[in-house]
Design a protein around this ligand. Structure first.
Ligand SMILES: *[C@@H]1O[C@H](CO)[C@@H](O)[C@H](O)[C@H]1NC(C)=O
Length: 188
């Protein structure tokens, strides 16, 4: 199974953790995802964008780790933005997540962002339950993040999130999404 799809969803969420709370004024469309694992016997990650007719594309994926994700694993997210979507146009943004341990990362993001965005489409454990996030066998099934915990306003454009975990095994994913503000879609 893959952590990738999971991760990509998470990355999307992570990306925008600057503020919080009300109705988001933007929509997002997942465009691209790929995953890597330096050792598939220890980490299997897989993710894909699911397209069905005219519905908003969703994200499916799995992440299966055969080693404990704890203080010995460091994670990092780097976020690039492109106004046009063209490769040459991507520029580094300050919205990434600086390198930190997996434990710290989950402490900061699990309850308020990761879980609320994926609870309806994954097997993530409810916060407060024993070892809510120490389980390393996640399945994501056609997820469309709800936007909970994300800012109301996000600049339009294409965003590329590069999520990398290092430590015993290097693994990660690259996720590209497009953000469109709702007012624009309504033609204001
Ligand atoms: C994943 O996609 C990124 C961005 O297009 C690319 O730079 C990278 O080489 C890809 N990695 C794999 C394993 O395909």
């Amino acid at each position: 199974m893959n952590i990738q799809s999971t991760v990509s969803g998470i990355a999307a969420i992570l990306l925008l953790h600057l503020s919080c709370c009300s109705a988001r004024l933007w929509d997002f469309e997942p465009m691209f995802v790929n995953t890597t694992s330096a050792d598939e016997s220890l980490v299997q990650i897989h993710a894909e964008i699911v397209r069905k007719g005219r519905e908003t594309p969703s994200i499916s994926g799995t992440l299966d780790c055969q080693y404990p994700l704890d203080e010995t694993t460091l994670v990092e997210a780097v976020v690039y933005r492109s106004q046009t979507g063209s490769e040459d146009d991507y520029k580094l943004t300050p919205w990434g997540i600086p390198r930190k341990t997996f434990t710290e990362y989950m402490r900061e993001y699990y309850n308020n962002m990761i879980y609320p965005n994926f609870e309806g489409c994954s097997n993530l454990a409810k916060p407060g339950t024993e070892n809510a996030w120490s389980k390393v066998n996640y399945v994501f099934d056609e997820c469309i993040p709800t936007g909970k915990g994300l800012p109301e306003i996000v600049p339009e454009g294409y965003y590329k999130i590069q999520f990398t975990a290092t430590g015993r095994v290097e693994w990660g994913f690259v996720f590209v999404m497009r953000i469109v503000s709702k007012s624009n879609m309504m033609g204001y």
